[in-house]
Ligand binder design. Structure first.
Ligand SMILES: NC(=O)c1ccc[n+]([C@@H]2O[C@H](COP(=O)([O-])OP(=O)(O)OC[C@H]3O[C@@H](n4cnc5c(N)ncnc54)[C@H](O)[C@@H]3O)[C@@H](O)[C@H]2O)c1
Length: 396
């Protein structure tokens, strides 16, 4: 691994700057043939409607995620109410969202008929259940990643709820709206890569002890149950699918991965998966906690007609499509994770206003999430190749 990819961040620094991991040193090495820089936001935002979407926001845990996406600063949003199970967190979220109403739980908040849509920023094991609860109450939903944590049953129930209600669902996968991944997506769909022969994505998050979490869900978590920061660099770019996987696990020897050290019976701190893709290529995706000092989320694609690493395109396409990320309303911050938070919130709200599918809808979300669940199963079976279930929209 080139040291240009290493971005050492101590755990304390990480917690202090959560949501603000910079790609910084991770970009461009050994580039050739007229590279083209991915653009920043150049366009000007224009409202698509005068309507305000009435939002509920739930979850203000260790990452303070409920307030991190800037819904409270979007001109088409009114934050009607917030919730967290802990009173002090509820109060913190009310303050951060400039909102004077709160409920003691998501289950109570969803009964408020004055709310159109909910952002679920709760603990990962509850995401699918919470989203289904929101949808069942007739509200659109955006969720923090992953869509489901280790449960195929939850994945099926989630698709069923989305199909039954016809409401909008978006998973807030931050990699999808990082400048490099978004540019890759635009270029792929304009034909600049051709078929993708090979892709890579990685989420390195070194830590000898787990970050705090509600009921300890992060302690000893199977690494590729949290795959979406990586898998976005193929699924989020192409919209294609993974069909099978072989995965290897590694144990860095931290306490959480010792026998009896976690509730998942998981022996791996690190997992590296090789997927077969539906366009005939392969894709290497990993989540590693054991590699000393590395905290980074990035990826790259290599196709028949071009390749891209960091924010530079190298290939046969001379005239690139507009690769700048969609503009944000004035005063709305781009936020953390490479400036992806604001664009994800804006995409969700705009999809509601325009009555269209959001960029990372339930099918894309599960295509990024479920392959990691199967990859972990493969790692437990010493790399056996396993098939990946597919979740497709109904044929119209
Ligand atoms: N780059 C990224 O996309 C990224 C980064 C960090 C965190 N995340 C995700 O964001 C989510 C939140 O992370 P965190 O570290 O703050 O989680 P956490 O476990 O620290 O906190 C979860 C919060 O949800 C609240 N909650 C649980 N059930 C509830 C209910 N029924 N009603 C109301 N509140 C409820 C809990 O009280 C708790 O405060 C996680 O799922 C995590 O995976 C994503």
């Amino acid at each position: 691994m080139s040291d240009t990819r290493i971005n050492p961040i101590g755990r304390r620094d990480f917690l202090g700057g959560l949501g603000m991991i910079s790609l910084g040193a991770a970009v461009a090495r050994g580039l050739s043939a007229s590279p083209v820089e991915a653009g920043q936001r150049r366009k000007k935002w224009a409202p698509v409607s005068g309507r305000k979407v009435r939002m509920g926001i739930v979850g203000y845990g260790v990452c303070r995620f409920g307030a991190a996406f800037g819904f409270q600063d979007h001109p088409n949003v009114e934050v009607v109410a917030v919730s967290d199970l802990f009173r002090d967190r509820r109060e913190g979220l009310m303050k951060a969202c400039r909102c004077d109403k709160s409920y003691e739980s998501l289950e109570v908040l969803v009964k408020d008929k004055n709310i159109d849509a909910v952002f679920v920023a709760t603990d990962a094991p509850s995401h699918a259940r919470h989203c289904i609860e929101v949808l069942k109450h007739g509200k659109h939903v955006m969720t923090a990643v992953p869509a489901t944590l280790g449960s195929l049953e939850d994945a099926e129930k989630l698709v069923e709820a989305v199909q039954k209600t016809g409401l909008k669902y978006q998973m807030a996968e931050t990699s999808c709206l990082r400048d490099n991944c978004y540019a890759m997506r635009r270029i792929y769909h304009a034909g600049g890569f051709g078929r993708v022969i090979y892709s890579e994505g990685e989420y390195f998050h070194y830590g000898t002890t787990p970050i705090a979490s509600f009921k300890g869900w992060r302690v000893g978590l199977p690494p590729l149950w949290y795959p979406t920061h990586s898998t976005a660099y193929y699924i989020g770019v192409t919209g294609k699918r993974y069909t099978s996987v072989s995965c290897r696990g590694f144990n860095a020897g931290f306490d959480a991965y010792k026998p009896g050290g976690n509730k998942y019976d998981n022996p791996f701190s690190d997992e590296v998966a090789l997927f077969k893709t539906s366009e005939g290529g392969s894709s290497r995706m990993l989540m590693c906690k054991g590699i000393h000092g590395v905290v980074i989320e990035t990826g790259r694609v290599y196709g028949e007609k071009g390749w891209m690493e960091g924010t530079k395109y190298n290939g046969t396409m001379k005239q690139l499509p507009d690769i700048s990320r969609p503009p944000l309303p004035p005063g709305m911050p781009a936020g953390g994770h490479g400036g992806s938070h604001g664009p994800l919130a804006n995409e969700f709200i705009t999809a509601i206003l325009e009555d269209r599918e959001p960029m990372v809808n339930a099918y894309e979300a599960l295509a990024m999430t479920v392959p990691g669940i199967i990859a972990h199963k493969s790692a437990l079976k010493d790399g056996e190749t396993l098939k990946i279930p597919q979740y497709d929209p109904p044929k119209t």
